[in-house]
Design a protein around this ligand. Structure first.
Ligand code: BGC
Length: 559
């Protein structure tokens, strides 16, 4: 942990309102010329992360793994996979990050391991051995079919037959990712030992993978069917069930409490939990981050999987503020699992990318920015022959998987493979990304990259944006507005979510320095397409009603 901050109670903790930069190491920077990003490469590029002005870097898995799910199938939790380097490389990354004032978060995958993990090999081979119940084993039904109807996220039944045990084992993702039995004390103790191994090496916290899949109903009851949304058969059969028994079990809280107790022994550390899109993940995020016994922060893929528009955003913002009023929600529009925001919600252009940035960074709670989001990268089109993600290969072409969000970072517009590697990269670098390379954007004061740097600097000067509450959320046509309030500061935040200029009555004292070009014409604020504007308003304005015609945010509907 950087030494500059004495940690007292939670109030001033670094993770409150923090901006966390996600590095997907395989695609960040190749340091040894094999076409795969690694820790040596990350070490070289940490200055880019620090120069952005974020608080922390989250490094996605770099552990020993057969790489069937690119590191989320862990075969040795305490070893660095040779393709990423060595433990000494990792220690250098942590030391350099700390010297640059960045906290370091790493993934912890508690829900499952690789099928090549020695625990699983032992559990499968020794039904009488001490690890026999470390995974979720079940007998077949009398006709040989799997114990129940549960589906895996990545397609097909959530059970795989193991001829050694002559039983099925549970897997929520790939068949190569058997689910751990987190009701087994020895499993939890071992995961805690692993956590301590990394905390002792100086990491400042963890991102807990797949938290909704930690616990299931031990009765193994069938899930009830869920009628196809709108009567249309979904691409993924996972969508045809109500996930009542296989995930999101109430016992999850007890597992999160174990993780919290572990982190509490290392003051200044924090956990961010990843939640699925099922049910109301925002309500769960609120529950899991309130009261000091769960994780510090939580995010859900639901946000990124939803649509975009002023009314939709207003509904989400109001709902999340109501669910997590203490700022436990961690906003995330892009990551290694979802289509990039610039082209998912926008047209792939710079103006929309800047709007999405401002929207992300003005929300209550923490935020995650995914590598390349600061460049406004659009989703890459990866041809089928180059696909690597089994999830995409399974569902091609209706769902193209996650490779389009995982292509290499473009560093130098004029270099081979945009400066990511000297060798052919594991995924191709799209031409459209080359033009948006870091060096090209550094030279352009109006670039998306410089907009991020400017906006993050400006955000630091406004405590209401980092620590304030969210109030008076409303949408009116393409206009989204809300207020952020902290003691001594109340900000009116306005966003034009549409492609046409908006004219509205000006209010408050306009703020400068954030980089957006709104202008005043007398008493009228002119807000160009995809622009944002900010004004300081007196605290007394807190109760001012929303402008007439403004839509009250409705409760979000599940996707
Ligand atoms: C990770 C994915 C991974 C899955 C299974 C997720 O939540 O972010 O990349 O495939 O967990 O481990």
């Amino acid at each position: 942990m950087p030494k500059d901050e004495a940690q007292g109670g939670d109030e001033g903790a670094w993770w409150r309102g923090a901006v966390i930069y996600e590095v997907y190491p395989r695609s960040f920077q190749d340091g040894d010329g094999d076409g795969i990003g690694d820790l040596k490469g990350l070490l070289r590029r940490l200055e880019h992360v620090a120069a952005l002005g974020v608080d922390a870097v989250w490094i996605a898995p770099f552990y020993a793994s057969p790489m069937l799910d690119f590191g989320y199938d862990v075969a040795d939790h305490c070893a660095v996979d040779p393709c990423f380097g060595t433990l000494a490389d990792f220690d250098r990354v942590v030391a350099r990050a700390h010297a640059l004032g960045l906290r370091v978060l790493i993934d912890q995958v508690w829900s499952h391991t690789s099928h090549r993990h020695p625990w699983f090999l032992d559990s499968a081979a020794n039904p009488g051995g001490p690890r026999r119940d470390w995974y979720v084993w079940a007998d077949p039904r009398p006709d040989g079919t799997p114990p129940n109807n549960w589906q895996s996220v990545f397609g097909g039944p959530a059970w795989r037959w193991d001829p050694r045990r002559r039983q099925y084992y549970l897997h929520h993702f790939l068949t190569a990712q058997p689910a751990l039995n987190l009701r087994h004390e020895a499993v939890l103790a071992e995961l805690e030992r692993i956590g301590r191994f990394w905390l002792e090496r100086g990491v400042d916290g963890v991102r807990l993978d797949a938290a909704d899949f930690l616990c299931h109903d031990d009765s193994l009851a069938d899930n009830p069917p869920r009628p196809p949304p709108g009567g249309v058969m979904p691409v993924k059969p996972f969508g045809l069930q109500e996930h009542r028994h296989d995930m999101m079990h109430p016992d999850t809280g007890a597992v999160l409490a174990r993780l919290r107790a572990l982190l509490d022994a290392y003051p200044g550390t924090a956990a961010v939990a990843e939640l699925s899109s099922e049910g109301d993940p925002f309500a769960r995020a609120g529950r899991y981050t309130t009261g000091g016994a769960g994780v510090h922060l939580a995010y859900s893929l639901r946000l990124a999987k939803g649509g975009f528009g002023a009314a939709e955003m207003a509904a989400r913002i109001a709902h999340i503020a109501a669910c997590a009023p203490d700022g436990g929600y961690c906003w995330s529009f892009s990551n290694h699992d979802v289509e990039r925001v610039a082209s998912r919600w926008g047209d792939g252009g710079a103006a929309f990318a800047k709007l999405a940035m401002a929207l992300l960074l003005c929300q209550q709670g923490a935020a995650i920015v995914y590598q390349g989001e600061e460049l406004g990268l659009p989703q890459a089109e990866v041809p089928f022959e180059r696909l690597r993600d089994p999830y995409g290969i399974n569902f091609w072409p209706q769902f193209k998987g996650r490779d389009g969000a995982r292509t290499p970072m473009p560093w130098r517009a004029g270099a081979a493979h945009a400066g990511f590697s000297d060798a052919e990269p594991w995924l191709p670098v799209p031409e459209a990304h080359r033009r948006r390379a870091v060096d090209a954007q550094e030279a352009d004061p109006d670039s998306v990259l410089n907009a991020w740097r400017r906006f993050l600097r400006w955000r630091r000067r406004h405590p209401a944006l980092r620590h304030g509450s969210t109030e008076n959320v409303a949408a009116d046509g393409a206009l989204l507005r809300f207020e952020r309030a902290a003691p001594g500061e109340r900000l009116l935040c306005l966003f034009n979510c549409g492609a046409a200029t908006l004219r509205l009555p000006a209010r408050g004292r306009p703020l400068a320095g954030h980089g957006f070009a709104a202008r005043l014409e007398g008493e009228t604020l002119v807000l160009p397409a995809f622009a944002a504007a900010f004004a300081a308003i007196p605290p007394a304005a807190a109760d001012t009603p929303a402008p007439s015609g403004a839509a009250r945010p409705a409760a979000p509907t599940p996707n």
